[in-house]
Design a protein. Structure first.
Lengths: 76, 334
């Protein structure tokens, strides 16, 4: 099961991103574990400058916007 | 060039069957003219600017600010705040990222103060509603307030009041931080096609976010335009009383609107005779600082630093207000 983290300090876009990934994963029947990271101290460790940012298996793959559907599909 | 929008509004008001001389007619005319003009200009400007800045991102800004001398940093921090596409919901990661890259706190704050005030949307609105000279003044003042506040906060050693975890990170050697996964900072040069795709995306995202603000801002401005008599504004909020500027700033800081919603209201305040300085001071404090933003920043700053920031902005905008109330008659003659 893939671990997907969404980094963001509680902004609207971050919540939308979480919901969006959840929705697509469900559609595709992909098994994922989705985590929301809101603590500044943890976000800092990933060295991202803009949120929402997506971390997959501890690797930052995207930051700064709600990802597109095609992008999410490649991560699942 | 913009006459077409005035004519369009006149025709539309006639079509609805309103009298142009009536209050309602004047408000509706003002609304249609401004909304149509601004929407067209926004679409053109956002697209063109996005085309140019497609390859600019926060990672490159950080690397640049890290390399230059701090004294220049305040200026560039403020300038990048103005030109980098940035949403205030990213304030926290940006602040963290800049701080751990050992960029002085004041430079990050210069960026964060200027960022909401100056952007292409604000410039389109100012230019079309208030003219070229006023736009220039607004941009210059916005940059100056950002730079000066940032520099002052560093002089006061604001970094003392960062949250302990951030101070630790700042003190630790930089290598422990850069070990983590890092996004590639080199941006490959983009083809025209890629730039077009990016600009199209930007246009869509920005317009989706701001169109309602344009309507609300111009709507409130239009009501003000039609229904609040000029004598009331000049009588109650004139330049005569020295305290009207700090009072306007004091009221403005907790209020929040983005530049898109606020600028049309600025226009009608000025048209109704509110002094330029008071208008600038009030609007900038509404746009630049707000409670929601301060609450976000509380995650990385102690109360003391937030209070310092708040007082600095209060003083800066008050000075701006007094200056332009006193000297605008001279500046507008230049």
């Amino acid at each position: 099961m893939k671990l997907i983290k969404v980094l963001g300090s509680g902004c609207a876009k971050c919540n939308q991103t979480v919901e969006f990934i959840k929705e697509i994963a469900q559609q595709e029947g992909a098994e994922i574990e989705l985590q929301k990271v809101t603590e500044p101290i943890q976000i800092m460790q990933y060295n991202v400058l803009s949120t929402p940012a997506i971390v997959i298996e501890e690797k930052v793959v995207h930051s700064g916007s709600i990802p597109k559907k095609e992008q999410i599909l490649t991560w699942l | 060039m913009f006459q077409i929008f005035t004519d369009l509004a006149t025709e539309a008001v006639k079509l609805i069957g309103l009298d142009l001389e009536s209050r309602l007619g004047a408000s509706v005319h003002f609304f249609i003219e401004d909304v149509s003009k601004i929407m067209v200009l926004l679409v053109v400007m956002i697209y063109l600017i996005a085309l140019v800045r497609a390859s600019l991102n926060l990672e490159r800004v950080r690397d640049f600010l890290q390399r230059i001398h701090p004294v220049l940093g305040y200026g560039f921090g403020a300038i990048f705040g103005a030109i980098t596409p940035f949403c205030s919901c990213s304030s926290i990661p940006l602040f963290l990222g800049f701080t751990t890259a050992r960029i002085p706190v004041g430079i990050s704050l210069a960026f964060l103060i200027t960022s909401p005030m100056i952007n292409e949307v604000a410039i389109v609105l100012l230019g079309s509603l208030l003219g070229f000279r006023f736009t220039l003044v607004y941009v210059a003042v916005g940059l100056l307030v950002g730079m000066a506040s940032g520099a002052l906060l560093d002089l006061l050693k604001a970094e003392r009041y960062l949250k302990p975890f951030l101070k630790d990170a700042l003190n630790k050697a930089a290598e422990t931080i850069t070990e983590g996964p890092v996004l590639p900072t080199e941006t490959p040069s983009l083809s025209l096609q890629e730039r077009h795709e990016y600009a199209k995306d930007e246009l869509y995202t920005i317009m989706k976010r701001i169109w309602k603000w344009v309507f609300i801002g111009i709507g409130v401005g239009a009501i003000f335009h039609g229904f609040v008599p000029e004598s009331w504004v000049t009588g109650n909020l004139g330049a005569g009383q020295w305290w009207s500027v700090p009072a306007a700033v004091f009221v403005g800081i907790p209020l929040y609107s983005n530049a898109t919603g606020m600028i049309p209201i600025m226009e009608s305040l000025i048209l109704k005779g509110l002094p330029i300085g008071t208008t600038l001071a009030f609007s900038m404090s509404v746009i630049a600082a707000s409670f929601p933003e301060f609450i976000l920043l509380k995650q990385v700053m102690e109360w003391r630093l937030l209070a310092m920031l708040w007082v600095t902005l209060l003083c800066a905008f008050t000075l701006v207000g007094w200056f332009f109330n006193a000297f605008w008659p001279i500046i507008s003659q230049l």
